[in-house]
Design a protein around this ligand. Structure first.
Ligand code: ZN
Length: 271
């Protein structure tokens, strides 16, 4: 209960920072109303009609890796078609120097994000159901979200980069056939994620990977095979001591979920 209270206080603080005068009124009416305010006119009308701002929307979340992937190297080494070439089914992910696993991080952020989105009326589809399993492979994850006909999806990861580098990077798709129709929308979603990560979290723009927090990638199944707008966010560098200390904290994980919620609302509102 205490954690819930803290979470809702965080969301309120986050939302207050983008609130316009009209939204401040919504803030007084509760968190959902406040979040709706970000989306502008259409969401305000939805609220007035008693509807939740993400009602009727389907959001896909892919929490990278899985907690027991490391126990099954033969499974991870299976070759899968990523839309452009063959690659491994998945990896066990990275971890901090203290042993905090990327799979646990991505699962926690996904759980907070899922709760935020459901509160706002969305239907949420995850690519895995727990953090104590193996798989699914990266191509299967893409297929799960496609079959769910999600309006927009996010792949959540944290990087295993050089210890001297820190910050978040947003990985963007490159047209390769299956994803041709969602390149420009994915680039727009990438900008929304960039804005909200900077505004609502303590994570910095990457100083070691990509350019200004962005990089295009044509070698990832999740981006090559997507038929809905999607980006992959490396939320920080788990091999960097400062980033690792942040990424392992529940409060920071909640703030990343709040940032992704705000990005999804901005994106679906057409900002
Ligand atoms: Zn990863």
């Amino acid at each position: 209960m205490h954690a819930d209270h803290r979470a809702s206080r965080l969301v309120r603080r986050v939302l207050a920072r983008v609130a316009t005068a009209g939204v401040m009124l919504a803030l007084l009416a509760g968190t959902s109303a406040a979040i709706a305010g970000i989306a502008g006119g259409s969401s305000t009308r939805a609220l007035a009609a008693g509807r939740k701002p993400l009602a009727g929307r389907i959001i896909g979340i892919d929490p990278g890796h899985n907690g027991l992937n490391w126990t099954d190297p033969a499974f991870l080494d299976r070759r899968v078609w990523n839309g452009r070439e063959w690659e491994n089914c998945d990896t066990s992910g990275t971890q901090t120097a203290g042993g905090y696993a990327e799979a646990r991080f991505t699962w926690n952020v996904a759980a907070y994000l899922r709760a935020d989105l459901i509160r706002l009326g969305a239907r949420v589809v995850l690519t895995r159901t727990s953090n104590h399993g193996v798989g699914p492979c990266v191509n299967t994850r893409a297929r799960i979200l496609d079959r769910a006909r999600a309006n927009v999806s996010i792949d959540i990861h944290a990087d295993g980069g050089p210890p001297g580098g820190r910050g978040f990077t947003i990985l963007e798709p490159v047209a390769d056939g299956p994803n041709d129709r969602v390149i420009s929308s994915s680039l727009r979603f990438a900008r929304d994620v960039h804005v909200t990560m900077l505004r609502y979290t303590r994570m910095l723009v990457s100083d070691y990977y990509g350019h200004n927090g962005y990089i295009t990638r044509n070698d990832l199944a999740g981006l090559n095979l997507t038929t809905m707008p999607k980006v992959l966010v490396e939320c920080g560098n788990m091999r960097n001591a400062a980033d690792a200390a942040l990424l392992a904290r529940p409060a920071v994980q909640r703030s990343i979920a709040a940032a992704l919620t705000a990005a999804i609302i901005r994106f679906l509102a057409g900002h």
